[in-house]
Design a protein around this ligand. Structure first.
Ligand code: GCO
Length: 445
């Protein structure tokens, strides 16, 4: 074990939680099994929109390998596991008919976690909207908050006896800004974007209500992707584009949810979709702020694009991961401080990780030193934020396993565990034993 090279964690709370995260569509596979309905991502895969024409039909086949995967988590020593429920697996049409075999899968998973003494953190929505709901207008339809509340009610009633940690959405700003359902990303899609933002916020509030009513002692939050948006050059246009994107990326959801207001620059565009009482419906009290953080993004002005932004390259002196994401742990501690000051909620980091195209060496080992260095530097940054009083209570690595990385398919690997997609064999990487050593050391102090 690489214990000699652990980050410092002296400033972290004694009850700090170490975990790993995954999501349903990215790992489960079994997309056509036991009555699951199609999601919008099955459609994108079927349309050949994914690199290498990959699909998630098998993915990690976690649906059948969940016991082995919980075994991996046990070996890691994590205290918590964040996963998501696939809405179309439990409600194949998104509403109405309930698919009992889908619910039973999550019963088995949750029971397996509890018997391994790993706390389940259940996220309701990690992007796999039932296709049937998309066909009824998806998030453009104001009814979507009622669909989502009904789904939340089903999940809460079924699992609320064993699950106490619930997240409503994963990264609402990302799946909105980059939604394929908005059409071409030009100025004409801005109205649809604002409608979607508001409806997803309403759905969040409605789900918080449902969870609170049904689950005693529920601990509820929403998971936000929060990255500094930096101008690619020092031109006025790029600075303005970066500031504007930053508001949509980082504040469009947490501000109404946690401060009961939309940021100034988007208020007018949201107004046509607003009904009396909406901000109260959205800003239901939550218990924590879920933070996904990877790296700053560099922004350039692109006047005809939606929101007027495009992406520029990072400065030459900023290092990056093999997939080109800049490595900037100081930006992570700054982000933690900013989120702490703006929202005054306990923070759980529910995603942070390193993408690569890891391959086994001749001995069959996956020596991912780059990932270890990255995790070490980022955990140091958490510790340094905690040392100045940021209320950060947990850190979850993305991800337990290599998995279906959205548009990039299987070409990009984020796992602590390598997955051989031909055989579905799981092989822990060097970072796996490093993280296990870290958790062990941290829990002993
Ligand atoms: C996201 C998603 C994950 C990704 C991960 C790596 O944050 O985009 O939550 O599903 O796989 O972030 O890109």
């Amino acid at each position: 074990m690489h214990t000699s090279k652990l980050p410092s964690f002296a400033s972290l709370r004694p009850d700090f939680i170490w975990g790993v995260s995954t999501s349903s569509f990215q790992i489960e596979g079994a997309t056509k099994e036991d009555g699951r309905g199609p999601s919008i991502w099955d459609t994108y895969c079927a349309n050949g929109e994914i690199a290498n024409h990959d699909t998630a039909d098998i993915a990690c086949d976690h649906y059948h390998h969940y016991r082995e995967d919980v075994g991996l988590m046990k070996n890691l020593g994590v205290q918590a596991y964040r996963f998501s429920v696939s809405w179309p697996r439990v409600l194949p049409q998104g509403r109405g008919f309930v698919n009992e075999p889908g619910l039973s899968f999550y019963d088995r998973l949750i029971d397996e976690l509890l018997s391994a003494e790993i706390e389940p953190w259940l996220c309701l929505y990690h992007w796999d909207l039932p296709q049937a709901l998309e066909d009824s207008g998806g998030w453009q339809n104001r009814e979507s908050s009622a669909w989502f509340a009904d789904y939340a009610t089903l999940v809460a009633k079924r699992f609320g006896d064993r699950v106490k940690r619930f997240a409503t959405f994963n990264e609402p700003s990302i799946f909105s800004i980059f939604s394929r359902s908005l059409g071409p990303r030009d100025r004409s899609s801005e109205e649809r974007l604002h409608r979607m933002i508001h409806h997803v916020n309403l759905a969040h509030g409605a789900a918080v209500n449902a969870l609170r009513q049904i689950v005693p002692n529920a601990s509820i939050g929403c998971i936000h992707n929060y990255q500094p948006c930096k101008p690619a050059t020092a031109t006025q246009a790029d600075i303005a584009a970066a500031e504007r994107l930053s508001v949509y990326w980082n504040k469009a959801f947490p501000d109404p949810q946690c401060r009961s207001e939309y940021p100034d620059i988007m208020r007018e565009a949201i107004e046509p979709h607003m009904q009396p009482g909406d901000l109260d419906r959205i800003s239901r009290p939550v218990d924590w702020f879920g933070l996904n953080h990877y790296s700053p993004v560099y922004v350039k002005a692109q006047p005809n694009a939606m929101l007027g932004f495009g992406f520029g390259g990072r400065p030459a002196d900023v290092p990056s991961t093999p997939i080109g994401w800049s490595i900037d742990p100081d930006a992570f501690s700054d982000t933690l401080r900013i989120v702490h000051e703006r929202y005054s909620l306990p923070i759980y980091i529910l995603e942070n990780g390193y993408g690569n195209s890891d391959k086994p060496n001749e001995a069959g080992e996956i020596v991912d030193t780059g990932r270890i260095d990255f995790l070490r530097a980022y955990i140091e940054a958490v510790n340094s934020a905690a040392s100045i009083g940021v209320d950060v209570r947990g850190y979850f690595v993305w991800s337990l396993l290599d998995n279906f990385e959205w548009e990039s398919g299987y070409g990009v690997r984020f796992g602590l565990t390598y997955v051989d997609y031909g055989t579905l064999r799981r092989v822990p990487k060097s970072s796996f034993s490093w993280y296990a050593g870290l958790i062990k050391a941290a829990r002993q102090t």
